[in-house]
Design a binder for this molecule. Structure first.
Ligand code: AMP
Length: 389
């Protein structure tokens, strides 16, 4: 999701720039001012409470704003992102926004602050007052609104500066110039965003070959912990020796080993649009580790996919593979195959259930030809990229 907050004093041009942003990035627009004016026009109890405060240029209590905004956000979890205009307007509202974004497993991408000196704000609002029909666009109220802004709203900037997501733009330039600068800021934000996919499936479900093909098509970095360990074995490193013994018993490799390899890999990857994790996390502990690793990298999990294949078909596929040159050291006998399937059942299925509760897991039918399954997966990944934008 691309979530933007437009910030600036009354008259900075937030409303005008919002029109362009909504269109260009297909965002869901949330203007607390517009929402309050609608409540007033509809004569609701909330509107009555807000009316006098708005007319005097004061700020409506945070409790009212929460009610307005929470409902709207929760009703639109599938939007491409939100554009906030006139919110957060107090330090407390900045915390409220954090909580609401967390509920949708997302965060504010950045706060764009339009810098306009007070005299320019007043002049613009007086001009707007001639045609807007807004009772709060007159000089006495305007001065009051600006005072509220510098006392209660400016501290919001500090909140976002501390988080490193505050971007300031000169709001006195022409509408087109400001528009262009905002577009530049957003382009930079989008570049930083990674699409991180966790790909689940029982051994034999095709997650390896599909994961590799998806990574290639979408410019993602394919991270298969099994293959990373295989490389250590091949290069006969001390880690590789240890891993080989464990494989022969059909056991999992200790987390300490895998974490170090993963950390190195994430740090080395420079130009990918995101990561596809295959074969990781395999346990609940590893799911926490992955969250931590991605957070350290300034990112998070974007989507979780599980390829579903019925058990008899899995056994059939693994058995076929064990008789070809694609046979892996960990599935060269029936007992090893059974151990791997059991490990997945006991340790990884609970991880998928946890993710299902937290973020939702997209289930993909893994039956059919490689191309058929690939098309289903690719459609999901494309959807993921769209949602991220
Ligand atoms: P605006 O249309 O954003 O200029 O808002 C007009 C008026 O609505 C403000 O002067 C406030 O009285 C009230 N208002 C709008 N958004 C908020 C908010 N987030 N918190 C408190 N009051 C608000």
């Amino acid at each position: 999701m691309l979530n933007i907050a437009l910030f600036g004093p009354p008259g900075a041009g937030k409303g005008t720039q919002s029109e362009f942003l909504i269109q260009r990035y297909d965002l869901f627009y949330i203007s607390t001012g517009d929402m309050l004016r609608k409540e007033i026009a509809a004569g609701t109890a909330l509107g009555h409470e807000a009316q006098g405060i708005i007319a005097s240029g004061g700020l409506v209590p945070d409790e009212i704003i929460v009610q307005l905004i929470e409902k709207t956000i929760i009703e639109h979890p599938d939007s491409n992102g939100f554009l906030f205009d006139g919110f957060p307007r107090t330090y407390v509202q900045a915390y409220i926004l954090e909580g609401l974004m967390l509920k949708l497993n997302t965060s504010l991408s950045c706060l764009i602050s339009l810098n306009v000196p007070e005299d320019e704000s007043v002049a613009r609002l007086l001009k707007r007052g001639a045609t807007s029909g807004r009772s709060d666009d007159n000089e006495t109220v305007i001065r009051n609104r600006l005072r509220e802004y510098s006392e209660k709203t400016v501290p919001v900037l500090r909140f976002y500066e501390e988080r490193g997501i505050c971007r300031t733009i000169d709001g006195t330039a022409s509408v087109e110039t400001v528009q262009q600068r905002i577009a530049e800021v957003i382009a930079a934000e989008l570049q930083k965003k990674l699409l991180n996919i966790v790909l689940f499936g029982y051994p034999g479900s095709g997650r390896g070959s599909q994961g590799k093909a998806l990574a290639e098509k979408f410019g993602l970095e394919y991270i298969a912990t099994g293959a990373m360990l295989g490389k250590e074995i091949e290069q006969r490193t001390p880690v590789g020796q240890k891993v080989l013994e464990l494989y022969e018993n059909g056991s999992l490799v200790p987390d300490e080993i895998v974490v170090q390899l993963l950390e190195r890999r994430l740090a080395e990857t420079k130009h990918a649009k995101g990561f596809i994790f295959k074969g990781y996390p395999r346990t609940l502990v590893q799911s926490y580790i992955l969250d931590g690793l991605l957070r350290k990298h300034g990112s998070s999990i974007s989507m979780i996919i599980e390829i579903e294949v019925p058990p008899l078909e899995l056994i059939h596929r693994l058995d076929l593979r064990s008789k070809t040159d694609r046979c892996m050291p960990y599935d060269n006998s029936t007992s090893k195959i059974v151990t791997r399937l059991k490990e997945h059942e006991e340790k990884t299925v609970p991880v998928i259930a946890k993710y299902n509760q937290l973020h939702g897991v997209t289930k993909i039918d893994g039956m059919g030809t490689f191309d058929e399954v690939f098309a289903r997966l690719a459609a999901e990944v494309e959807h993921g990229f769209k949602r991220m934008r």
